[in-house]
Design a binder for this molecule. Structure first.
Ligand SMILES: [Zn+2]
Length: 405
């Protein structure tokens, strides 16, 4: 690729509203310019052109919470495995993501963080790795879900500081009602790490305190927390009503009923929901027997469960999640797209560079067909999915093969 790319003929979803027809010029990995209608004469010179007639352009998806895919788990601590995952998710519209640990021993978590550190940044042919998401180990064993309860523990100062010192942690999930975990909320927040409430049995009052302590994010809302009670709304009730909290949603129609998704979207609005996959090792592979952590799990009918039926993460991808959210809410894409990109960027403080289609931002974008199937993915200006279908070199570079086969 020449490094210059021009998307034409697309319906474009921007922070300022929807353009029925627009163009986006990419240069040096960033969005150089964009506008409505057809690009000005001369814009095409020297650029690879992506004719996007009939397609919708929106920011590339950002998946904050991803454990695995293609037989790989983040805790395998394999940098090459993380690169393969980055390429797989790019095929589903993801342009940036956080590999996620789950509750594990200190040394296993250290190794996983080291592997993430080794590959952090853009991935050749894949989605950029922005850092790591730590799901546990400082959770509430009463809401362990598929996290190994034997390894859930209160936040140890030495261990937690070591995790944060790795420099790659972007999100730390903890149970804020566990008194021994409270110090870590302020400590992580002071280092610019987002602290999320998850696998928590917090009451409503404890959840309000957690927000005062610095919690700003909720891990897979509805799942691994007490259900909404009208006398004791719990963390979920707090998540629904407190504007400080952004809510992750695993929109696979299994973790959360579509009506509950609709409730969440109605309560939080377009800026308050963050679609995540929570994808595990079995994602992208046939149904059958797998492991999640060290526990046997079975993948079937779009869900993966432990032997006792407990959901053990998902086999979801964000393209599917957006489709399901649209079906559940009936809302237009112009309201839904932030849940797949901008809100996640804001949640981890990278919204100065990512999460919206605007001049000057990273050229992270996805082109979808009307059924929301991913046709093309561009990550930081590089065509990471779908190039052979759509690119034509208007001025083929000498000595370089055309991407058209
Ligand atoms: Zn998870």
């Amino acid at each position: 690729m020449s490094g210059r790319l021009l998307v034409t003929g697309a319906r474009v979803l921007t922070p300022g509203g929807e353009w029925p027809l627009g163009w986006i010029a990419v240069e040096g990995g960033r969005i150089a310019a964009m506008g409505q209608g057809q690009p000005p004469p001369g814009t095409e010179a020297g650029a690879d052109v992506l004719p996007a007639d009939g397609l919708v352009a929106m920011p590339g998806f950002i998946d904050l919470h991803v454990h695995g895919a293609l037989g790989i788990d983040v805790l395998d601590a394999d940098p090459e495995g993380l690169r393969r995952m980055a390429r797989f998710f790019a095929g589903h519209g993801v342009t940036a993501w956080l590999p996620s640990t789950m509750t594990a021993t200190g040394p296993d978590t250290d190794r996983a963080l080291e592997a993430v550190r080794a590959v952090a940044g853009p991935v050749d042919g894949g989605a950029t790795i922005l850092g790591a998401y730590l799901e546990g180990p400082y959770l509430n064993p009463a809401k362990a879900g598929a996290q190994d309860p034997a390894l859930i523990r209160p936040a140890d100062r030495g261990e937690a500081a070591r995790f944060l010192d790795s420099g790659v942690a972007r999100v730390v999930v903890l149970a804020p009602e566990v008194e021994a975990n409270r110090w870590l909320i302020a400590e992580a927040a002071a280092r610019g790490v987002t602290v999320s409430a998850g696998h928590t049995d917090a009451t409503y009052d404890q959840a309000v305190q957690a927000v005062e302590d610095g919690i700003r994010h909720v891990t897979h809302a509805f799942n691994a927390m007490r259900p909404l009670g009208h006398r004791e709304p719990g963390m979920l009730g707090a998540a629904l009503v407190l504007p400080e909290l952004r809510c992750e949603l695993v929109a696979d129609n299994v973790h959360v009923h579509p009506a509950a998704m609709r409730l969440l979207f109605a309560a939080k609005g377009p800026a308050g929901v963050v679609l995540v996959s929570d994808a595990v090792r079995a994602t992208g592979l046939p149904e059958g027997a797998y492991t999640v952590g060290d526990q046997p799990a079975f993948s079937m009918d779009g869900a993966i469960r432990l032997a006792d039926g407990t959901l053990a993460g998902s086999v979801l991808t964000l393209d599917r999640a957006l489709h399901n959210l649209q079906a559940a809410t009936g809302r237009p894409l112009a309201e839904l797209w932030p849940a797949a990109s901008r809100n996640a960027a804001q949640a981890i403080g990278v919204d100065d560079a990512k999460g919206t289609l605007e001049p000057g931002k990273d050229a992270d974008l996805v082109l979808l067909d009307p059924a929301l199937k991913v046709v093309v993915t561009v990550a930081e200006g590089a065509l990471v999915h779908g190039g052979d279908h759509l690119v034509r070199l208007s001025q083929p570079a000498i000595g370089r093969p055309s991407p058209r086969r």
